[in-house]
Design a protein around this ligand. Structure first.
Ligand code: LMR
Length: 330
């Protein structure tokens, strides 16, 4: 009905020689689960700013942080239903949609975030953005957060120290296998529930980046954080494919540009924000930060190594080899 009225008004305007009725701006809802003062939070706000500057009156972007609109359990479904247009789940949350992306969860695969970046930008890494097309999901970009650290209600120096402890994990079978490999009990849980679960002892520990640990206050309810750097938390920014591909050409081009700029912005910030939050955690003096010796890190790596073989068939050996190659700077 509304469309008919708009069309009729446009016709009258045209007949009277007046300006055509301005179409309503296209609304893009961007939902995510972390705080605003994190790499992803900042990237989303930058995307909004640039999209609205590049497409004035044509697009409005609404950003919903902190699982406000949809949390882990619902955001993918909401995207497919068109209730939200853009989300940026951690790469650990895609295994129901594509097995290949599980590669990012293999423990100790990447030496640092630069290696993660080199792999993501390689032809093999770029190709992963398109692996969910048939499911209606369009991969727009990779955004960095950082490497994961292991926290618990006791000091963890060697894998044996984690034996029998309950760890919250993201919804990833690889992460489940990683914790089973060290004799711990993993529990899949939405990000928004982690603080309370740690506080009440539903779980004993978790793995996350410094920026997520600090912004969610996990350090206030954990005894110690071991510097393990045993994996990465990065994101794929995704859109409802039908929505994105159906946008008018000029709008899509503007949003693509805003996304490219937001990607650069978030990725440039990621290391600094994690470093800043590592210092803030140290200053807060609640959880003890434990640097590990080389031999200790080697013990974690060895204990978790069988996970690679377990998922090799799903992920593909070629892909794993391509990722390993990214560890050597070109
Ligand atoms: C988590 O669920 O632990 C994080 O990956 C959340 C996020 O999006 O960084």
């Amino acid at each position: 009905m509304r469309r008919v009225v708009v069309a009729a008004l446009a016709l009258v305007g045209f007949a009277l020689g007046g300006p055509a009725v301005q179409a309503e701006p296209i609304k893009v809802k961007f939902a995510h689960v972390v705080a605003e003062n994190t790499p992803k939070g900042q990237g989303a706000l930058f995307f909004k700013k640039r999209a609205e500057e590049l497409l004035p009156g044509k697009v409005t972007v609404e950003v919903y942080p902190n699982s406000q609109l949809f949390g882990d359990a619902k955001e993918m479904e909401a995207l497919l239903l068109g209730d939200v247009q853009v989300i940026a789940p951690s790469l650990s949350k895609f295994d129901r949609y594509t097995k290949k992306i599980q590669i990012f969860d293999l423990p100790f695969l990447f030496d640092d975030i630069d290696a993660v970046d080199r792999f993501q930008q390689s032809p093999a890494g770029r190709a992963l953005l398109d692996t969910m097309k048939s499911k209606g999901i369009k991969g727009l970009a990779y955004w960095h957060n950082g490497l994961k650290q292991l926290s618990a209600n006791k000091e963890l120096r060697l894998p044996e120290d984690a034996k029998g402890l309950k760890f919250r994990i993201q919804a990833s079978d690889v992460l489940e296998a990683q914790f089973r490999a060290i004799g711990a009990n993993p529990q899949k849980m939405a990000f928004a529930e982690v603080y309370q679960a740690l506080q009440t002892g539903v779980v004993d520990g978790q793995e996350n980046t410094w920026s997520n640990i600090y912004s969610q206050k996990f350090h206030e309810v954990q005894k110690a954080i071991s510097i393990t750097n045993h994996g990465a938390i990065d994101y794929m920014v995704i859109a409802n494919a039908k929505f994105w591909d159906g946008l008018p050409g000029d709008v899509r081009a503007g949003l693509d540009k805003a996304m490219a700029e937001a990607t650069q912005h978030a990725n440039k910030l990621a290391n600094d924000l994690n470093e800043r939050d590592r210092k803030r955690i140290a200053e807060a003096g609640k959880a003890q930060i434990i640097p590990l010796k080389k031999e200790e890190v080697a013990a974690w790596r060895k204990a978790m190594a069988p996970v690679w073989k377990k998922f090799e068939a799903d992920i593909g050996k070629d892909l794993i080899d391509a990722a390993v190659t990214a560890n050597r700077s070109s």
